[in-house]
Design a protein around this ligand. Structure first.
Ligand SMILES: NC(=O)c1ccc[n+]([C@@H]2O[C@H](COP(=O)([O-])OP(=O)(O)OC[C@H]3O[C@@H](n4cnc5c(N)ncnc54)[C@H](O)[C@@H]3O)[C@@H](O)[C@H]2O)c1
Length: 297
């Protein structure tokens, strides 16, 4: 495949907006689509703020920042993706919803377009079956936040072609990322190891082993992690963590992957993490009501 000139990103949440920003900052024209217009305006504001931060830290010149913003277009019409060379989906972590989207994209996208999925855990092999081009479907797993994190985990589905793999690797490196390659088993490399650790931190909290602060401080200072597992879960999104644990449990069939009841309860309560203003920790300015809630949990 010749060099990628235009990318379509589906899903303007925390990952999709960041992926679109990275591509625009590396000279690629980008369309960003979301079903929710509020997500698009939020994405537009967060990309502008993030690019302004890059400029203020002199990691990007003023004109490079302005060029990046010009290359990024927000759309509520998926048909705008008909010329995209590469389409990356970063929508909710649901196999059914992702398959429905891929089916739709298969009809809109040109036949040479590659479909990358930013899924954290869902089988690329199964997602690919929703399309007529399974050899052009691949996992392209960015980390949060995409403009800052240096890694892309590429996941080869059972039918992913060598050409698709090579084009995805070349694109990832063009975006300034280091690539690792995983076979298509639930959780791939990083989440296979990270999510059970986060789940175990929830069990430690749930069973009263320690406070959330001590669990996080322990892992930060005792194992040299930049943030504790509970805070990291808040940054990832507790709903995302829960759905990955469910995928690990279903896909690998081992009870060690059963989601902690406290994680389930937080998600049921709408405590989805930093994006919601409250997860394990409270990020809102007025935290009185949340503190009374958290003291009961
Ligand atoms: N949050 C993380 O740290 C992280 C890291 C790596 C990968 N991921 C993966 O990235 C994906 C997105 O995660 P996120 O954290 O950005 O979620 P998010 O909830 O912040 O954003 C998801 C966005 O998708 C949109 N959406 C939902 N259904 C859609 C559809 N059918 N068409 C178009 N848009 C749709 C929603 O409106 C929302 O704006 C998931 O697959 C997740 O597993 C997340």
């Amino acid at each position: 495949m010749s060099s990628v000139k235009q990318i379509g990103v589906v899903g303007g949440g925390q990952m999709g907006s960041g992926i679109a920003q990275v591509a625009a900052m590396h000279g690629i024209d980008v369309f960003l689509f979301d079903v929710d217009p509020r997500a698009l305006s939020k994405a537009s504001a967060s990309v502008s703020a993030s690019i302004a931060r890059f400029v203020s830290k002199a990691q990007l010149s003023q004109s490079e920042g302005a060029d990046a913003l010009q290359r990024l277009r927000f759309t509520s019409n998926l048909e705008d993706f008909h010329q995209a060379d590469f389409i990356i989906e970063a929508i909710v972590e649901s196999e059914d919803i992702k398959k429905r989207l891929l089916l739709q994209l298969d009809k809109i996208a040109k036949s040479s377009a590659i479909f990358g999925s930013n899924t954290s855990s869902i089988s690329i092999t199964r997602l690919a079956t929703a399309t007529s081009r399974p050899h052009q479907v691949i996992g392209m797993h960015f980390f949060n936040p995409p403009p800052v994190m240096k890694l892309i985990e590429i996941v080869r589905g059972a039918q992913t072609s060598d050409e698709t793999f090579a084009a995805t690797k070349a694109l990832s490196e063009r975006l300034g990322k280091k690539v690792i390659t995983s076979q298509d088993f639930s959780g791939f490399i990083v989440n296979r190891i990270l999510m059970p650790m986060i789940n175990e931190a929830f069990y430690a909290l749930y069973t009263g082993v320690a406070t959330k602060e001590d669990i996080d401080t322990g892992m930060k200072l005792g194992t040299n992690h930049p943030m504790g597992p509970l805070q990291l879960a808040d940054f990832i999104g507790l709903d995302v963590c829960l759905s990955i644990m469910k995928v690990l449990h279903a896909g690998l069939g081992d009870n060690k992957f059963v989601p902690c009841p406290l994680l389930v309860q937080y998600v049921d309560a709408g405590r989805l993490g930093k994006k919601q203003g409250i997860g394990v920790y409270d990020y809102r300015k007025d935290s009185r009501s949340a503190n009374s809630l958290s003291s009961r949990l």
